[in-house]
Design a protein around this ligand. Structure first.
Ligand code: 6PG
Length: 232
């Protein structure tokens, strides 16, 4: 599928334009089906975008928010993506949205994946919006090079849902939606910032194995166009 580059002067301008687009798509979903869904990524990049989106007018009571992936830590842990979303997105007008965490308070990440898969089924697929990030190693979601379940995560035939991932670059064990869960989002966004990430993207767009740079699976095989939002 194709990728479309949207380049902006700075992160603030990108955040405003991306929030405009997300509100447009979520509003259209609500008008068409009475509800809307968005899966967002964690990390350091999305913070300003979350803050900008949280203040936008939308029937947030009809919006379900979940995470593309999560570290297997409780929401009071500073590494938690739930905490990042709680502090930056689930506030102001967006506080009225319904949030589905991926972390579950159970002994194993495997058990958490089974429970989270069941609990998130009611959100419905495809997502209206999926916001992906990308690491300097070319990972996206928790599809890390060398990851324990990377082949299954990237397999288009894997059932939609959440699987576990452990990898050297991942820190804690991870919970991640599969490629099959994310790749047909009505709006599929790759949000990256900085010259370094632009260089990583260029390497990912070059020939090479998907398992070496898992973002390649999204760039090459996503059913939806990949809308790349970049600022220096
Ligand atoms: O849990 C996570 O870390 C994210 O979901 C992950 O996939 C993130 O998008 C990339 O690692 C980029 O992170 P930065 O925005 O911090 O570069």
């Amino acid at each position: 599928m194709t990728a479309n580059m949207h380049a902006f002067a700075n992160g603030a301008e990108l955040a405003g334009k991306l929030a405009d687009k997300v509100v447009e798509v979520l509003s259209a979903a609500i008008a068409a089906r009475g509800s809307a869904s968005i899966a967002v990524s964690g990390g350091s990049t999305p913070k300003v975008f979350f803050q900008t989106l949280s203040s936008r007018s939308l029937d947030w009571s009809k919006v379900t928010i979940t995470l593309v992936d999560e570290r297997f830590v409780p929401a009071d842990n500073p590494r938690s993506n739930h905490l990042l979303v709680q502090e930056n997105l689930l506030k102001d007008k967006a506080a009225a949205a319904q949030f589905f965490p991926l972390y579950q308070d159970v002994p194993s990440v495997e058990e958490a994946a089974v429970i989270a898969t069941e609990k998130t089924k009611c959100i419905g697929f495809p997502f209206d919006v999926a916001i992906l990030g990308m690491g300097n190693d070319g990972h996206t979601a928790s599809f890390f090079p060398g990851g324990s379940n990377l082949v299954a995560a990237l397999d288009a035939k894997s059932p939609r849902g959440i699987i576990t991932m452990e990898a050297e670059g991942a820190g804690e064990p991870r919970l991640t939606f599969t490629f099959s869960s994310l790749q047909d989002a009505r709006l599929l966004v790759l949000h990256i910032e900085g010259e370094g990430k632009k260089g990583v993207l260029a390497k990912a767009e070059a020939p090479g194995e998907e398992t070496e740079m898992p973002i390649r699976a999204v760039l090459r095989r996503a059913a939806s166009p990949v809308e790349i939002y970049w600022a220096p």
